[in-house]
Design a protein around this ligand. Structure first.
Ligand SMILES: NC(=[NH2+])NCCC[C@H](N)C(=O)O
Ligand SMILES: [Mn+2]
Ligand SMILES: [Mn+2]
Length: 318
């Protein structure tokens, strides 16, 4: 067999042994749609561990974080500008500790969401002992603040929180950036709220939209995104919102938006990250979020999530 890249013949999958630790984060308090709390189970059922093993990566599982049930939370009044923020702060603080411990042990944490507020924990944990950049694969910007959010749903705000943008009452850590906006890159955006779009324009966050992907191709865009995210830092966090993909590929999400990346484009994008990681070991942590089995068809979205995780961790076809 011959393939264009010799290295791919010699080392079809990773040669160095790395261990992934799965951290279940059944968090649904940041989203309007219940059901995203079953995401971690669905992704495990889709055999993410087996998929990762085919990528030559060992896999352990820490089980699930405890998340308070909706009925145990303070009921937000409808005017609330960031619903369940206190409870989300508690859960994500615990997740941040687990992520930091995992990295200190030399493993790669993959947080299984849960809604995208999960990233407030993973990114904080990942940034505790190193400077990191962030690759944010998403249809949305998730750059709202409690002041700009049209919904009050915290899963639309994590990127603002971790870049130190806006005021989050009671969350002291948001007053300074956890990651530099100049190392923060959104890939695949196609639905931004008006105030969010303005705020992104005024920020140093880079936004590659679906238009950029249409025009330049997914690999060129992701190569640029990697250059920006990794510039001058020690590693990168990958945040994968399944609504990044087209809803025909990943229907099981709470906020689907037509016109997303196709199945093959998604793999190509994460393979680019894996290729860079193979040379430089820059992948520090991951979250896979917004899988909602209640809205899914035959667990397809969780399966896609598991398969994409393997590509990100270095699985190759040949
Ligand atoms: N992680 C997500 N799915 N976020 C969707 C956010 C939707 C909308 N922009 C909001 O702030 O309410
Ligand atoms: Mn999204
Ligand atoms: Mn998101």
């Amino acid at each position: 067999m011959t393939t264009p890249t010799d290295a791919r013949i010699d080392h079809p999958n990773r040669s160095t042994t790395r261990t992934v630790r799965l951290l279940g984060a059944p968090l649904d308090l940041g989203a309007d749609r219940r059901g995203v709390d079953i995401g971690p189970r669905a992704i495990r059922y889709a055999d993410i561990a087996g998929e990762l093993e085919t990528a030559g990566v060992a896999c352990t599982d820490s089980g699930d974080l405890r998340v308070p049930r909706l009925e145990q939370c303070n009921v937000p009044d409808t005017e609330d500008d960031a619903k369940y923020l206190d409870e989300i702060a508690d859960v994500t603080a615990e997740l941040a500790d687990e992520v930091a411990d995992t990295i200190a042990d030399g493993d790669v944490p993959i947080a299984l969401g849960g809604d995208h507020a999960t990233a407030m924990g993973t990114i904080r944990g990942a940034a505790r002992a190193a400077d990191i950049g962030v690759l944010w694969f998403d249809a949305h910007g998730d750059y709202n603040t409690p002041d700009t959010s049209p919904s009050g749903n915290v899963h639309g705000m994590p990127l603002a929180a971790v870049t130190g943008t806006g005021e989050f009452d009671g969350l002291d850590w948001t007053t300074t950036p956890t990651v530099a906006p100049s190392n923060t890159v959104i890939v695949g955006a196609r639905r931004l709220d008006n105030a969010e779009r303005t705020a992104l324009k005024e920020s140093d966050v880079t936004v590659f939209t679906m238009h950029d992907i249409d025009e330049r191709g997914i690999t060129a865009v992701v190569e640029d995104a990697l250059d920006i995210a990794t510039d001058g830092v020690d590693g990168v966090h990958v945040s994968l919102d399944l609504d990044w993909l087209d809803p025909t590929v990943a229907p099981g999400v709470g906020t689907p938006v037509r016109g997303g990346v196709e199945y093959r484009e998604a793999h190509a994008a994460l393979e680019c990250v894996a290729d860079r990681d193979r040379d430089a070991e820059l992948l520090r942590s991951v979250d896979i979020v917004e899988v909602n089995p209640i809205l899914d068809r035959n667990n397809r979205t969780a399966e896609v999530a598991a398969e994409l995780a393997a590509s990100l961790l270095g699985k190759r076809i040949a």
